[in-house]
Design a protein around this ligand. Structure first.
Ligand code: ZN
Length: 295
């Protein structure tokens, strides 16, 4: 049985926490889906909009609202668009790990998963001089072995699971080459707080086939914010620059940022700041076990 997460106290006696996060997938996600997509110039341009136009616009918004954010950057994005990754770091935001070519951990072997982690680390080091302490699994599809692989590499936190309203310490058992118990801070996310479902429309490749209005998306995200605020939770919004970087969507995000930062009872922070705070609380790690399945 899995034990529920316990409530978390927030800095300065605030009631809740909030984070604006961005996954800079660019071309990587659709190339992992099918390398042949590289032949499709229009599809590549749809994805390149993120680093070329979206990220600069979003950096401007974050600066105006004085928000420190977390950008999850696949290593492939760093190699293909090094300038924009350096700009993110120069603007004072956190750069965190998001695979190399956006590989889903459940879609590869243990050896491949470890190699992808190391390749992503190397790319971010080469391009931006960054050793990330945070990880988000591509497609939020963590494997049961991922936590141990992250702990072995010294990561502080993960942000890929969905079983709590608040961050917690995730117990990491001994694994290959990992001889002692450890833990990771887990900062939960949710599909309702992702822009992919609202805006992604890539015929034959991804998306619901429906493009929602920016107002509808903002309403959904703000409803989630108000309710998580009431229960002392941690609201983590995940946006992709190739989607929410478009002007009409960025305008709604601008208004949402203004609202969130106007709530003085909410701590708006980057994920590494949230993770360090949670680590300082000395919470007892939770063990989560894989369900047994009858043969
Ligand atoms: Zn992604």
């Amino acid at each position: 049985m899995t034990v529920p997460a316990v409530p978390v106290s927030w800095p300065g006696g605030r009631a809740a926490a909030a984070a604006f996060t961005f996954d800079v997938d660019a071309e990587s996600a659709v190339l992992w889906g099918s390398p042949g997509n590289a032949d499709r110039m229009s599809v590549m341009s749809h994805q390149a909009y993120g680093p070329l136009v979206g990220v600069p616009r979003l950096l401007g918004l974050l600066d105006r609202h004085r928000i420190r954010s977390t950008f999850f950057v696949p290593g492939y994005t760093a190699h293909r668009h090094p300038g924009v990754v350096k700009d993110i770091v120069a603007a004072g935001h956190e750069v965190a790990h998001h695979g190399y070519l956006h590989e889903q951990p459940t879609g590869v072997s243990a050896e491949e998963e470890a190699a992808n982690l190391d390749r992503g680390l190397q790319a971010l080091e080469e391009v931006a001089g960054v050793r990330p302490v945070g990880y988000r699994a591509p497609m939020w599809d963590l494997s049961w072995r991922s936590p141990a692989l992250l702990a072995e590499r010294g990561f502080l936190y993960d942000s890929s699971l969905m079983d709590a309203d608040v961050p917690y310490e995730l117990a990491v058992g001994p694994a290959t080459g990992h001889s002692r118990q450890a833990s990771l801070v887990e900062i939960p996310i949710q599909w309702a707080l992702d822009d992919w479902e609202q805006f992604c429309f890539l015929p034959d490749i991804s998306g619901s086939g429906l493009i929602e209005t920016p107002r509808k998306a903002r309403e959904l995200w703000q409803d989630e914010f108000e309710a998580l605020r009431e229960v002392g939770g941690c609201w983590v919004l995940t946006n992709h620059p190739f989607l929410t970087g478009r002007p009409s969507r960025a305008r709604q995000l601008d208004e949402l940022m203004a609202h969130v930062t106007s709530c003085v009872d909410v701590w708006t922070a980057s994920l590494v700041e949230i993770a360090r705070h949670v680590r300082s609380l000395g919470l007892t790690p939770r063990s989560i076990t894989r369900p047994d399945v009858e043969p």
